[in-house]
Design a protein around this ligand. Structure first.
Ligand code: ADP
Ligand code: MG
Length: 613
């Protein structure tokens, strides 16, 4: 250790304010974008309806914000550059009810310490405006002036007196990108305010104030103009409220994903924040609907009592803490999932039209009259009320879940994900269409389930659970088999051996490149145990080439793929019932592991429309 005590022998003095401000500025103003952010936030706090950000040389020469907000009195115009000068909080208790973006009273003092700043401001009721010019923290001029109502703050030559900072700035393109991100975030948080961004006389954004009655509509409008890439067709609304928390906004459909987390906007009481736990909750809601390394788009607004959330945990006010972090996590995960679920479930009117008009109408519905022996009935033939009651009675017997259904190889659903409801399925009515789709009446209309995709989802989740927890049941083969592998398959099999065993493969490697298979996972269809191990390994290799997933996920997918009931398999009503029950016990019931939908819901209104009722 070096023995240098730099503090010894010095006299303690209070440093001049200009020096203190310059040091403090480092915390608030790291780059042009942070100055732009502070100025934009002040404009919002001042109640502006119209805000313009003007840049020269991507902010290196000039960062100016012009607003039509409340303006300042001459006294305030002079005072606002002092450290801890703020009109926003006065007492300790105020910290618990912060509604404004700023509250520390540091921004203008910090910016003025490291730039040449000119402020022009006028309150509506005043005749004249007031101007303050300040450079490196020293007031150069303060006098009445002619100006519009509102405030303009021009920051020139940022870091002119801090060469170290200036040299740390990135290329103009990079600094501009940061400013644009800041601008976008603020613009999203206040759709009702008109925003404009101009760089070197070129207008980059002109966002009209969205004056819609409804916040969701305003936000949608803002997203539309801001991103200008048609993404509003791919947004899923999320809107939910409890006594503790209200959440509004949109998440992107899974296909709208991005390669980086750049387009994730979270606002707590209108302040843009980061919160790891919430981000994680949202990812969890997408489950495996997103490819590895992909990030969903979201713009979510959380509103809650300011005393329940600490915005002061981070100097740049970017991180927040909730007094009930766990509750917020669970709530967000479940409402985002619910939103995604209903978006995946309900085909859009246009898409639905396309889907049906392109194909001949199905010839017949197979309506099971006796379990397992569906009879044919002409479409449109009205079913007598007696039939319906009959079906009701039958299904009541069936409604006993997997065990009662005697569909042993599907086993009881794994305990996870029970939060999902049964999606309002009326168990009295179940039909199988062309041995591929299961149709059932639900409260809102008709639900169609793809039997293969649904079963794949069920098996996938169960397999993953088994691999992770090592609890897969094995069904013993009557005659153990010895399987001969190629050299590469043999290596792969050995590598996967622990996971294969967890899945329920009872395996032992033998001499040479063979293995004895004594048991296979109990989920396997009867009669096809023989080749299952080879098939799963082959599928695994295939997946490995075109999917970026972990080997466990791959293995679970491979087994599910291999073992799911195929299209063309006739199901008994018990089996259909069991399929629906188990699907809705899944973490993510709405899509198969590859992301195809498992269920499609057709609202009764849609049918009414098609029959022109
Ligand atoms: P804070 O925003 O934390 O209060 P600032 O240094 O950003 O601190 O601003 C200091 C004060 O100056 C604010 O509290 C506000 O009263 C006033 N002010 C700053 N910008 C504006 C503006 N654009 N319009 C009206 N008042 C402003
Ligand atoms: Mg401020």
């Amino acid at each position: 250790m070096r023995d240098v005590s730099v503090t010894s022998g010095g006299l303690i003095r209070v440093m001049p304010a200009s020096l203190a401000n310059k040091i403090a500025a480092g915390e608030v103003v790291q780059r042009p974008a942070s100055a732009a952010k502070e100025l934009l936030e002040n404009a919002v706090d001042a109640g502006a309806r119209d805000v313009t950000l003007v840049l020269r040389s991507s902010g290196a020469e000039l960062i100016q914000v012009v607003d039509d907000g409340c303006g300042m009195s001459p006294d305030d115009a002079r005072a606002c550059f002092r450290r801890h000068a703020t009109s926003k909080i006065f007492e300790m208790q105020d910290l618990d009810r912060i509604r404004t973006l700023g509250f520390r009273g540091e921004a203008l003092a910090s910016i003025a310490a490291v730039a040449q700043v000119e402020l022009r401001t006028k309150r509506r009721r005043d005749d004249a405006g007031f101007r303050v010019r300040i450079e490196g923290g020293d007031v150069e001029a303060s006098e009445p002036c002619a100006t519009r109502a509102g405030t303009s703050v021009a920051v020139r030559n940022l870091f002119f007196n801090v060469p170290a900072r200036r040299n740390f700035l990135k290329t103009p393109a990079t600094e501009l990108r940061h400013i644009v991100e800041t601008f976008q975030t603020l613009a999203l948080s206040h759709p009702e305010i008109a925003f404009r961004l101009v760089n070197d006389e070129m207008e980059m954004y002109r966002l009209p104030g969205e004056s819609g009655e409804d916040f969701m509509e305003s936000l949608r409008g803002r997203i539309e103009v801001l991103f200008d890439d048609g993404r509003t067709d791919r947004l899923v609304p999320v809107e939910e409220q409890t006594s503790y928390l209200s959440v509004r906004g949109f998440v992107g459909e899974p296909e709208l994903h991005r390669k980086s987390r750049g387009e994730q906007y979270l606002f707590v009481n209108e302040r843009a924040v980061r919160n790891r736990s919430i981000e994680h909750a949202i990812y969890a809601a997408y489950a495996d609907l997103l490819p590895e390394g992909a990030y969903p788009f979201f713009a979510l607004f959380l509103t809650l009592d300011p005393s329940r959330v600490d915005v002061n945990v981070h100097p740049a006010k970017a991180e927040v803490k909730f007094d009930d972090d766990r509750g917020v996590y669970t709530f967000l995960k479940s409402i985002v999932r619910k939103g995604l679920g209903s978006a995946l479930l309900t085909p859009q009117v246009g898409a639905f039209d396309e889907r049906l008009s392109g194909r001949p109408l199905p010839e017949s519905f197979s309506i099971p009259t006796t379990p397992g022996k569906p009879s044919q009935a002409a479409p449109g033939k009205s079913r007598a009320a007696g039939d319906v009651q009959d079906a009701g009675r039958r299904s009541a017997e069936l409604y006993g879940g997997a065990e009662a259904a005697g569909f042993a190889h599907w086993g009881p659903p794994s305990g996870r994900g029970r939060e999902t409801d049964r999606s309002g399925v009326d168990d009295s009515l179940l039909w199988q269409l062309h041995d591929r789709y299961v149709l059932t009446q639900i409260r809102s209309g008709l639900m169609i389930l793809d039997q293969n995709a649904a079963h794949e989802r069920i098996l996938y989740e169960r397999s993953l659970d088994h691999i992770q927890n090592g609890v897969g049941l094995s069904q013993q083969l009557l005659f153990p088999q010895s399987v001969e592998f190629s050299a590469s398959d043999f290596e792969l099999m050995k590598e996967l051996l622990p996971d294969l065993r967890s899945l329920g493969f009872d395996l032992e490697t033998l001499s040479g490149r063979s293995a004895a298979v004594r048991g296979v996972p109990s989920d396997i269809r009867a009669g096809d145990e023989k080749s299952v191990l080879e098939d799963v390994l082959a599928q695994f290799m295939l997946n490995r080439e075109d999917m970026k997933v972990s080997s466990r996920v791959n293995l679970a997918r491979s087994l599910a793929r291999r073992s799911a009931i195929r299209p063309g398999t006739r199901l008994s009503p018990k089996e259909m019932r069991s399929l629906i029950d188990q699907l809705f016990a899944c973490e993510m019931p709405y899509a198969c592991p590859q992301g195809r939908p498992t269920i499609v819901k057709i609202p009764i209104e849609e049918l009414d429309k098609r029959f022109r009722r």
